[in-house]
Design a protein around this ligand. Structure first.
Ligand code: ATP
Ligand code: MG
Length: 229
């Protein structure tokens, strides 16, 4: 492992078996991302970008090879530990925002922090931080609204605030602007990059957009199951 690798993959492969059919998606991905790096992953639809991002975040397990988070092999940790790692160290931003409409916006943002022990005692503190993050993504006046009362771009900004709630050391974003028009998308990205840089977060982002990829310090392309730089 290189000294400051936050996330590392070694010869990671992923197949899906559907009946007798076997779909080989990833054929041997070896990647090391250092703390503070911003990395984009491009590639054709179906090339395995989301699959790879899920493996990096411990949401799914590789068929072969290893994924290491801060030097810890995810294969060697219990499911409970992996869940804890995801909840405390990794933030996800998905293409579809995954906000809960049963909760208002500020409650959605508080959610990742509320699953921690002692959260109830710190509820006011957590709420304050959630409101602060909401302000940072330009939604300070929408705290009491339900997600579906917000535009797509606003919902995605809320999702970014939620992903940052627990100060993740690794932020994984899967086409965070894929559902937005280009102007709204640019605005969302501005927030994403400003907050990422300011806090020194590590970002791995899937995108279809070359201009978006250019914003990252490293650009990779997934093709035929392998990564090319
Ligand atoms: N749970 C699954 N079962 C079977 N096949 C799957 C599963 N998930 C993904 N696949 C297949 O794996 C391949 C890669 O899918 P993936 O979602 O990673 O692609 P992608 O690069 O993110 O595409 P897009 O740009 O369209 O989001 C596709 O052929 C897909 O059909
Ligand atoms: Mg995808």
């Amino acid at each position: 492992m290189s000294d400051q690798a936050i996330i590392e993959t070694r010869e990671v492969s992923k197949n899906y078996e559907l009946g007798s059919a076997k779909i080989i998606v990833l054929r041997g991905i070896t990647l090391s991302v250092n703390a503070g790096e911003t990395v984009s992953i491009m590639g054709a639809s179906g090339s395995g970008k989301s699959t790879l991002l899920h493996l990096l975040g411990g949401l799914d397990k590789p068929t072969g090879g290893d994924v290491l988070f801060e030097g810890v092999n995810l294969r060697s940790v219990s499911n409970a530990k992996r869940t804890e790692l995801r909840a405390t160290a990794i933030g996800f931003v998905f293409q579809s925002y995954h906000l809960l409409n049963e909760l208002d916006i500020v409650e959605n943002i508080m959610l990742p922090a509320m699953s921690r022990p002692t959260a109830l005692l710190r509820r006011e503190q957590i709420r304050k931080r959630a409101l602060d993050l909401l302000g940072r993504v330009g939604l300070g006046d929408r705290a009491k609204h339900r997600p579906l009362e917000l535009s797509g771009g606003e919902q995605q900004r809320a999702a970014i605030a939620r992903a940052l709630m627990n100060e993740p050391r690794l932020l994984l974003a899967d086409e965070p602007t894929g559902n937005l028009d280009s102007k709204t998308g640019d605005q969302v990205l501005e927030y994403l990059f400003a907050l990422t840089r300011e806090r020194g977060h590590t970002l791995v982002m899937v995108t279809h957009n070359e201009a978006v990829a250019q914003l990252c310090s490293r650009r990779l392309v997934l093709r035929d199951g392998v990564l090319q730089s």
